[in-house]
Ligand binder design. Structure first.
Ligand SMILES: *Cc1c(COP(=O)(O)O)cnc(C)c1O
Length: 520
């Protein structure tokens, strides 16, 4: 039989060709880092200087913007020959800067998507250059040390004790998923079920209780965990949009033996309103019923940096797990999410021994990574940028940024309440303000008007504002389209906000006759 051709090649032996790559090919070499940072500074710098100053994004419809960006990128398909690093970086810098968002613009107030801090962006590049991974000791010893240092600092800030632990995740949605996974497995174990091996079929009638304003990722997590979205029991909220503890108590009492409460999910900072559920009362109920308390503090955790606002999170220290998103009130580039747990034992549900990663004799000798705390294997060192930020500014520096954004939100609230065409829907609890443009017309017409007004601001590139739906007349009333400012730019001024409100009013006036004509 004839040998396959590769075998014959092997027999012949292979000598690498003469091609020599430049040392600057790799970011880990001093030449590579110098070359790439110089190109980046040049490319981004000139793109930024050429940026239109008027608004947070370029004028145009989504189709216009996509077409222009795609054209500016390249001919269709992967080029056969490269254009070189300098040209590639300046081309992409132009596309991102010219056709993308300008989040540092004071009229970019749509989402919990902050303008990232310069120090965090630089440190993130450093983390990328290291390409360390957190799963094993031999894939990132220093990165593991940085993450452990960060987790220790955050558990102290949360008020947790010495048994606490935590892990970084790719986002708040995933932190909620992980928190609920730990809650599910802990509840199952108490009932003698190993959920990891046996699945959830053995758990009768699993239930997760959260406020009706909880983030939708709680529902998705329940679906992903095999509990089904119907496992979520929504608890009514009060006039300030916080979970009502009496309502939770009643639901818990009424569950009956055929239902298994897996977790109470409290929200510390609802995405739209920044409202914080009454954590001490919820912790009391969780303890009384022996149920896991998960606090979704994706948005609100940052308030702990502020001396003035930290008290609002009292009771957080009694949680079993907490979701923290520092890519919101923490000014990090995404992702910078953390799941904290009050007891490291909770991670036992994720423990794994894998021959090529963490064999037991290595682990016994201390050659161990963080594989057992995560559903991921390869994992980015996202802790590096957060650590750089905390070292650079300290708790006080971040607290001042939080306070500034809170003050800006209160200023916007005040201005909105003096405008006859604007109705304040929810006051500024943290850094958001929800309102509605009113012309005293039919609510359905006003819904359309608010939607059109926001799209007009987008299309003209004047402002990037948020939108949501709120039951204005209390529980059971229809949801109405509302507008939202999410203020996360500590360098903005009250004058900037006045300009923003003026732009909203102008867009509203420009849209109302058009919609009226359309309706007639
Ligand atoms: C943003 C947010 C989430 C989801 O976080 P991502 O990082 O976007 O996945 C979850 N809960 C709350 C309250 C949030 O505001």
């Amino acid at each position: 039989m004839q040998a396959p051709s590769e075998d014959r090649e092997l027999e012949a032996g292979v000598v690498p060709g003469r091609l020599r790559f430049s040392p600057s090919l790799l970011a880990g070499s001093p030449e590579g880092l110098a070359e790439v940072s110089a190109s980046l500074v040049g490319a981004v710098g000139s793109a930024l200087r050429a940026r239109w100053p008027e608004g947070p994004l370029r004028a145009g419809t989504p189709a216009d913007v996509l077409a222009t960006a795609t054209r500016a990128l390249s001919e269709p398909g992967i080029p056969a020959e490269g254009m070189g690093t300098q040209a590639a970086l300046s081309r992409l810098a132009r596309v991102l800067v010219e056709q993308g968002l300008h989040l540092s613009h004071p009229r970019a107030v749509a989402h919990l998507q902050p303008p990232p801090l310069s120090v965090a962006v630089a440190a993130d590049a450093l983390a990328s250059a290291s390409n360390a991974s957190l799963d094993t000791y031999d894939s990132g010893p220093a990165a593991i040390a940085v993450e452990r240092w960060l987790i220790d600092g955050l558990t102290r800030l949360a008020g947790f004790g010495a048994r606490a632990d935590g892990v970084l995740t790719p986002g708040g949605s995933l932190s909620n998923l992980l928190g609920l996974l730990l809650a599910r497995d802990a509840a199952a174990l108490r009932r003698g079920v190993d959920a990891r091996r046996q699945g959830v079929a053995a758990l009768s009638g699993p239930v997760v209780l959260c406020s009706e304003l909880a983030h939708f990722s709680v529902h998705r997590a329940c679906a992903a965990l095999g509990l089904g979205e119907e496992a979520v029991l929504p608890v009514p909220t009060d006039a300030r949009r916080r979970m009502r503890p009496e309502a939770l108590a009643e639901l818990l009492r009424g569950l009956g033996p055929e239902r298994t409460p897996l977790a109470i999910v409290a929200t510390a900072g609802t995405t739209d309103f920044g409202s914080i559920d009454p954590l001490p009362q919820l912790a009391e109920l969780a303890a009384e019923h022996g149920v896991w308390l998960h606090v979704d503090a994706a948005y609100g955790f940052g308030a702990l940096f502020s001396e003035r606002l930290a008290g609002r999170l009292a009771g957080l220290e009694r949680a079993d797990s907490v979701t923290v998103d520092l890519h919101k009130l923490g000014w990090q580039p995404a992702a910078a999410s953390v799941l904290l747990v009050s007891d490291a034992k909770a991670f036992r549900a994720l423990d794994r021994q894998v021959a090529y990663l963490n064999p037991s004799d290595d682990s016994a000798e201390g050659y161990d990574g963080l594989l057992g705390r995560s559903l991921q294997t390869t994992r980015r060192p996202d802790a590096v940028k957060i650590a750089a930020t905390l070292l650079a500014y300290g708790r006080r520096g971040l607290g001042e940024m939080v306070d500034r954004c809170h003050e800006l939100a209160r200023y916007a609230q005040q201005r909105i309440s003096t405008e006859p065409e604007l109705e304040l829907v929810a006051p500024a609890e943290l850094t958001t303000v929800v309102f509605r443009y009113r012309v005293g017309a039919d609510p359905v017409f006003e819904d359309e008007l608010n939607g059109a007004l926001r799209r007009r601001l987008l299309e003209t590139g004047t402002a990037l504002i948020g939108r949501t739906a709120v039951r204005l007349a209390g529980p059971g009333s229809p949801e109405r389209v509302c507008l939202k400012f999410t203020l996360l730019n500590p360098t903005s001024t009250p004058e900037d906000l006045d300009g923003l409100v003026d732009a909203v009013l102008e867009a509203g006036r420009a849209c109302s006759p058009r919609i009226e004509r359309g309706a007639a």
